[in-house]
Design a protein around this ligand. Structure first.
Ligand SMILES: Cc1ncc(COP(=O)(O)O)c(C=O)c1O
Length: 381
């Protein structure tokens, strides 16, 4: 009886808060099978295929088959012993990026939280682009360092904050390479000049650059010939590599610190090593798939030309700005009905008044898919 009473108290509290929030557009949509080009969604009337303009499986590597024998180790790497094969894979990944060390985390979210919650310390200052991913924000919120946000991609604003710094403690600058909701990127030569002038530590999240940019798919900073500029490079396995996990690359001392201090690493069970069995084969496929990268660039060009878009960033992400949240949802529904999955992104994920459709192009999509989408978009934008 007491249990039932408690439950209804919780229910009434949550439903009151839900009403106070005006509900939420966030709900899960049932997908029966996933493919980078096509999703099969379950609807009351049955299964329906949708062309997938939402996937971060940029090179379609989810479709690479590999038999693995499930292994698990129900403890953290620190407490239960470190699997030699994981250590060896980390060394290979570090070498591929020409960095001294790599440390894997169960997810990219945990990697960002793990770095920023422990490395910047009291007396340090963290300067972060205003549109950085939630995992970077959550990480720095857990740290004891001071932190400020600079206007999105605004290097002059970043410089004015660097000038204001009193000189005590280390300064950490944090940016994404390709911003996940806008597809744009920082000005690398301006960052280099600022770094030379003010001497900060640069952390970059390459989640959306890896696979899509750079000759070997190492990301935006490889593309710009500027991997040396990045002190802490984070990327995740859950986009192009279509696995699960995060990776932090940098000097050897970085890994030593994270192993000893980074709480998501210490207090969470190690990812089963079998899960990463496919990592190196997928990285090799990523490296050699320059055609896939070119194909994505071609699809993007067709969309830019078809919609008359300008200044779209260099990646496969295209934001179609709508502004009003309910209009964005209406366009999303209309495209869904027409057979396209183009997710709407609304506040608080993006700032108020900046609701959009977020197209994410992958190499499994065809030119004919893009043309069909353009026809539909002309009707509803
Ligand atoms: C820029 C960026 N960083 C970090 C993450 C988190 O990575 P994961 O999904 O592997 O936890 C994401 C994923 O949405 C992302 O887009």
């Amino acid at each position: 009886m007491r249990f039932a009473a408690k439950l209804s108290e919780l229910e009434s509290l949550l439903s009151k808060r839900w009403r106070g929030m005006g509900g939420s557009h966030r709900r899960l949509r049932p997908v029966e099978t996933y493919g980078p080009r096509e999703l099969l969604v379950r609807e009351p009337s049955g299964l329906r295929p949708l062309i997938n303009f939402s996937s971060n499986d940029y090179l379609g590597l989810s479709q690479m088959e590999q038999e693995v024998k499930l292994s698990s180790q129900p403890s953290s790497r620190l407490l239960g012993g470190n699997r030699c094969r994981v250590e060896a894979w980390e060394a290979e990944v570090a070498t591929y990026w020409s960095k001294d060390s790599a440390l894997f985390y169960p997810t990219g979210y945990m990697a960002n939280v793990g770095v920023l919650s422990c490395l910047p310390q009291k007396g340090d200052l963290v300067l972060m682009d205003r549109l950085c991913h939630a995992s970077l924000i959550d990480g720095v919120r857990l740290s004891s360092a001071r932190w400020k946000r600079y206007r999105h991609l605004d290097m002059e604003h970043l410089e004015s904050l660097l000038k204001d710094h009193d000189g005590a403690g280390a300064v950490w600058v944090v940016s994404e390479s390709i911003f996940s909701m806008d597809g744009d990127c920082p000005d690398v030569s301006a960052l280099r000049q600022l770094k030379e002038r003010y001497g900060f530590i640069l952390m970059v999240d390459e989640a959306h650059g890896v696979g899509v940019m750079g000759q070997g798919g190492r990301g935006f900073f490889e593309d710009q010939g500027a991997l040396d500029l990045v002190d802490i490079l984070m990327f995740n396995f859950s986009k192009t590599l279509a696995l699960q996990g995060g990776c932090v690359l940098g000097v050897g001392e970085l890994k030593r610190h994270l192993v000893a201090l980074s709480r998501p690493q210490i207090y969470s069970t190690a990812t089963p090593s079998s899960h990463w069995e496919a990592l190196l084969p997928r990285m090799a496929a990523m490296e050699s798939d320059a055609d896939g990268r070119r194909h994505i660039a071609g699809l993007k060009k067709s969309i830019e030309q078809g919609l008359g878009l300008q200044n779209v960033g260099p990646s496969g992400i295209i934001p179609l700005m709508i502004g009003d949240g309910s209009k964005a949802l209406a366009v999303f529904e209309q495209l869904w009905e027409a057979g396209f999955f183009c997710p709407a992104v609304l506040p608080p994920t993006v700032p108020q008044g900046k609701a959009r459709l977020r197209l994410s192009l992958n190499s499994s999509l065809r030119e004919s898919d893009v043309n069909a989408l353009l026809v539909e978009l002309q009707k509803c934008l």
